[in-house]
Write a protein that binds this ligand. Structure first.
Ligand SMILES: [Zn+2]
Length: 253
């Protein structure tokens, strides 16, 4: 049997100010406010829990303004409406109460998204390395602030494979999206998938590293159609957010 909470203990267990709840509104759910893939932010210090319900253990307390992507929900439990959320910057999945969430205006939709938080250190197209022109069939994403091990996420759902290329991408993951399309993720320091594993967009697939032909820790991210690199719009020094939208419509791929 579920343990009964009085109002005070519910407020305490949610980790929110008592003044944030008035009348009966706190105990009534609303119609579906969000959609899967939509990005939301917390409006207060907000607990996110292993499962829906005030008795489930707290996996993190996120800060006001922190952004997550809706993964599951809604579901009603203990008088609240709950959403399963992937909190992007801390790589945590948990359930939080709808009342303390607001849309951040972003949405990953069904498209290919950026696989990592960082800054573009080498964009797509021709570049000159040691006086030699070479074609760069993807983008390099760096993250000095977090460094080796920064989580790399699947940019789109598909079937993941691991591989090693000593002269090039080092430890890399490629994901087969069907119809000849792949995304690839090079220079990893760790794998978080096994060969043939089905992944959803946003699943962690590995950690950023420096393996293969690499001048420092970074991610090489490529999108290919039948082994032919597809353009990825970006500029050097552009900041990108994990699961944030790429400025190109790949949804028809
Ligand atoms: Zn590269």
């Amino acid at each position: 049997m579920p343990q009964k909470f009085n109002r005070r203990s519910v407020v305490k267990s949610l980790g929110i100010a008592a003044t944030g709840i008035t009348g009966t509104a706190a105990l009534s759910g609303t119609v579906s406010a969000f959609a899967e893939g939509e990005q939301v932010e917390a409006t207060t210090n907000l607990n996110t829990r292993k499962r829906p319900g005030t008795e489930s253990s707290v996996v993190a307390t996120v800060s006001p303004g922190e952004v997550g992507e809706i993964v599951n929900g809604p579901t009603n439990e203990d008088g609240y409406t709950w959403w399963g959320i992937h909190w992007l910057n801390r790589d945590v999945w948990g359930w939080s109460v709808e009342r303390y969430l607001t849309s951040s205006g972003g949405s990953a939709g069904t498209d290919i998204v950026w696989p990592m938080n960082g800054v573009i250190s080498s964009d797509y197209g021709w570049r000159t390395i040691n006086g030699q022109d070479e074609f760069h069939g993807g983008v390099d994403i760096d993250n000095n602030n977090i460094g080796v091990g920064t989580p790399i996420y699947a940019a789109r759902a598909g079937t993941a494979y691991t591989a090693y290329d000593s002269g090039g991408y080092g430890n890399y993951v490629y994901i087969d999206h069907g119809n000849g399309y792949e995304t690839e993720y090079g220079h990893l320091n760790s794998f978080a998938v096994s060969d043939g594993q089905q992944v959803s967009r946003g699943d962690k697939i590995g950690g950023m590293g420096n393996s293969g032909n690499s001048t420092g820790p970074h991610l090489h991210f490529g999108i290919e159609q039948n082994n032919d690199p597809k353009p990825i719009p970006s500029d050097n020094y552009q900041n990108v957010s994990a699961l944030g939208a790429i400025n190109k419509d790949y949804s028809g791929l």
